[in-house]
Design a protein around this ligand. Structure first.
Ligand code: HEC
Length: 138
């Protein structure tokens, strides 16, 4: 490989690295949920704000809904249903730090879906909830 080619390939690699490590946004995370949902269901037809809202606001056979800790208006500051600890607003319009790290997002979806639904959420469900949260604005 020539030096020029090597430089080109190396800088391309750095760009890709930078994209995955630093440029995470709610929209980018939503795209990756869409890719995963499409991969697991050929009939995937996009996300739904109202389905996401229903999942978020309802209980699913247990004691808690997502709103139990994140409040019925996810633009508001919440409180942990058990410990009472403050939880910053979940909607990205109200809290720009939200949905900027997919590892954080995956970790908490996993834990919170298990607490509320008794199982992990599907990519479709995660995308629906994120679409609902993104629709809320400030
Ligand atoms: C028992 C309390 C509790 C319940 C119920 C709960 N959460 Fe959470 N959630 C938390 C806490 C605590 C954190 C982490 C602290 C923080 O980020 O402020 C968190 C963080 C998150 C995050 C991380 C977002 C980010 O980018 O920082 C997402 C996504 C999330 N919750 C979604 C949900 C969804 C969806 C439900 C319902 C299925 C739900 N949560 C139910 C307590 C809860």
């Amino acid at each position: 490989m020539s030096v020029t080619n090597f430089r080109y390939v190396a800088s391309l690699g750095l760009c890709l690295l930078a994209t995955s490590a630093f440029a995470e946004t709610p929209g980018g995370i939503q795209d990756s949920f869409a890719q995963a949902a499409r991969a697991s269901s050929p009939t995937f037809s996009g996300f739904s704000t109202s389905r996401g809202e229903r999942l978020f606001q309802s209980t699913h056979g247990g004691e808690w809904s997502c709103a139990s800790c994140h409040t019925r208006d996810p633009r508001d500051v919440g409180a942990h249903a058990k410990t009472g600890k403050t939880i910053k607003a979940l909607a990205p319009g109200a809290n720009p730090q939200r949905f900027t790290s997919s590892s954080k997002v995956e970790k908490w979806f996993k834990r919170n879906c298990n607490d509320v639904l008794g199982r992990e959420c599907t990519a479709q469900e995660k995308g629906d909830v994120l679409t609902y949260l993104m629709s809320l604005g400030k």
